[in-house]
Ligand binder design. Sequence first.
Ligand code: LLP
Length: 426
Amino acid sequence: MFREVRDNTLYIDGCSTVTLAKKYGTPLYVYSESDIVRRFEELKKCFLEKYPSTRVAYAAKAFFPVAMAKLVDREGMCVDVVSGGELYTAIKAGFPAEKIEFNGNNKQLAEIEMAVEYGIGRIIIDSLQELHLIEDICREKGKKMNVLFRITPGVKSSSHDYIVTGKKDSKFGIPLDDEVILPQIKGAIDSEFVDFYGLHFHVGSQILNNDSHLQALDIMLNLVTKIKEELDYDVKELNVGGGFGVTYVDEERPSYSYYLDPMMEKIEKYCAEKAIERPNVVIEPGRSIVAEAGISLYTIGSIKDIKDIRKYVSVDGGMTDNIRPALYQAEYTGVIANKAEVEKTEVVTICGKCCESGDILIKDVKIPHPESGDLFAIFSTGAYGYSMASNYNKNLIPGVVMVSDGNDRLIVKPQTYEDLLRNEIL
Ligand code: LLP
């Protein structure tokens, strides 16, 4: 177990959180490398090794410092990027260009140029204009690009509205309309500047039920048939996105197989019935790789007990290092890391230090009697915490430490005040 208690102290991957806080200061993001590797191992076993012609493209947006890019590469995975910045990070980390896939609903000309120049593995086309942009750039540079089309399957998954992406009313993907989509696909099949590979969908994020993935897959397989019947073309690749849910508080995290086995079964059955070769199947997990591997460490400062109402326990970070509670009403839990075996006697609210009443990290968490100077650890902050951090109120973005089997190493330095002013004209 990468999280354990020894001598009243929370340990993560063999490292004492108290020692880490002393060594690196707080707030601090701490990631268990073993836990991240364990997730990739799980995927190897239940997906990559079980089903041939499959790939995992880790969704960089969840957490992507250079050290993570290197880890993803070392584990033999591909990566899904959504911006020039993520692409640049992957390239700087030495990530093989052909294992990079590029998503995004409004890719900029310069970003597509970068992708073509590096010779990345796939561009996932998200709008009707994009194919022409890619063709123009490839024509100019004398290159050819592998492309897929991201389709909005028109399926509503049960998650927070801001992180649901597969429904029809969405800025992502190309709506499923045969009259529009089939001529586009034909254009891509006939193009001398792109190789059309297939279709992509992504139904949303933090999805704990496999229904929406399966429904979307049915819709996509229907389109595969139409492409075969009307364009006489065998789709080579199906990318079914990410979105697999994790445990934040007490949700039961489904296994990868829970989503992937029925999807693979459906695809294989479909291909057998139609007597067509099964397309490659690609998944794009982000959150489920890193969420639970990461914790955030804070030092408790002011404590305000508003009689008969609420006890506010303030920490030295907040919505600037974890915007998710403020943005999505996301729920977390945590412990006083230096009182890990002390009886929990109080229900308190953990709040941040930003000038916003909404800067609440956890509402109503049961902990031992808190005192200023205690170390507070929030669990499952590894996905979309660091990657969505901001400098609001000119708070500094914390550093990131990777721990593994009792060893720790800083992978991102904490920001300094000089960093804050780096781009300002003084
Ligand atoms: N592929 C595509 C095309 C996506 O849009 C996303 C996430 C993923 C893969 C990865 O999904 P995951 O496996 O991480 O669920 N900031 C939000 C999450 C936004 C996700 C957007 N797209 C949050 O903190 O909950």
